[in-house]
Design a protein around this ligand. Structure first.
Ligand code: BTN
Length: 259
């Protein structure tokens, strides 16, 4: 990224502080350390490249210099928000999806809980990590990785899910710095509605596979299959199983979409 341009953009949206690395292990690892040292809310860690970028479920995450965004945002959830921490990964994905349509006219969907899809292909992932001191919540780091330009799209043989990048869906050249600014602005705005029914409705209106039959990997080699009904106010996914029973799940990976 261009540091001067980045600085200008971050000043406009009143980001209190940021660290920018050409290369680091993981922006989220750095942000967790910084939060523990008292970083202010909405401080950012940004990197062009990560040697140990991580995704959900201990997967690795590749960041391509000049073509991807890797950012970790330090947040201090309020007491009310901290009861519903699961909403924070939804916040990151939905904010990006909102920014894509309003700024670039690119429609996208959110794949629960943390992916953003364009044309059914993944373009971004969110990793929300809570920081605990004993049983007290110290803060939360929202790590977001976005494939922006074509070199950021991983080779198909290393992928669990088809992948794309934002630039492949518009003729307008995308600037990494501007896109980051739009994303941050969308997160700050959307967080104001995090605990409201509108947030859930907004998320559900973009939810991939809604009303379809999906399989959800809930860990320990357990999979549940059912109709995807939506999400509840804690951000948990709600499935109706074949027996008619409705169940919600706080974590899981949508593995496949039976035809
Ligand atoms: C996923 O799809 O599994 C989530 C991917 C999250 C990747 C981002 S890149 C910035 C931040 N730093 C990390 O090490 N991970 C997140």
């Amino acid at each position: 990224m261009n540091k001067n341009y980045l600085q200008q953009i971050l000043n406009k949206i009143k980001i209190p502080d940021y660290k920018y690395f050409k290369e680091t292990d993981s922006t989220s690892t750095q942000a967790i350390k910084w939060a523990s040292d008292g970083a202010r809310e909405y401080s950012l860690v940004i990197a062009d490249s990560q040697s140990a970028g991580r995704g959900r479920n201990k997967r690795t995450w590749i960041t391509t210099p000049g073509a991807s965004i890797a950012v970790s945002i330090i947040l201090y959830p309020t007491t009310q928000e901290s009861i519903k921490l699961g909403l924070f990964s939804l916040l990151g994905g939905l904010a990006l999806s909102n920014a894509l349509i309003t700024q670039y006219n690119i429609p996208s969907q959110v794949k629960w809980p943390n992916d953003v899809l364009i044309d059914n292909k993944k373009t971004a992932g969110v990793l929300a990590e809570a920081i605990w001191q004993g049983n007290k919540l110290k803060g939360l780091v929202l790590g977001i990785g976005i494939n922006v330009l074509p070199p950021s799209v991983p080779r198909p043989d290393v992928l669990l899910f088809p992948s794309t990048c934002i630039q492949s869906h518009t003729e307008v050249p995308i600037s990494l710095e501007e896109l980051l600014g739009h994303l941050l602005h969308a997160i700050i705005t959307l967080r104001k509605s995090l605990l409201t029914p509108e947030f859930i409705q907004n998320y559900e209106s973009k939810l991939a596979y809604k009303s379809e039959i999906i399989s959800l990997d809930i860990g320990d080699h357990h999979t549940v299959t059912g109709h995807l009904l939506g999400i509840n106010r804690n951000g948990e996914i709600i499935l109706r199983e074949q027996s008619g029973k409705e169940q919600s799940f706080p974590i899981g990976d949508i593995k496949l979409r039976p035809q």
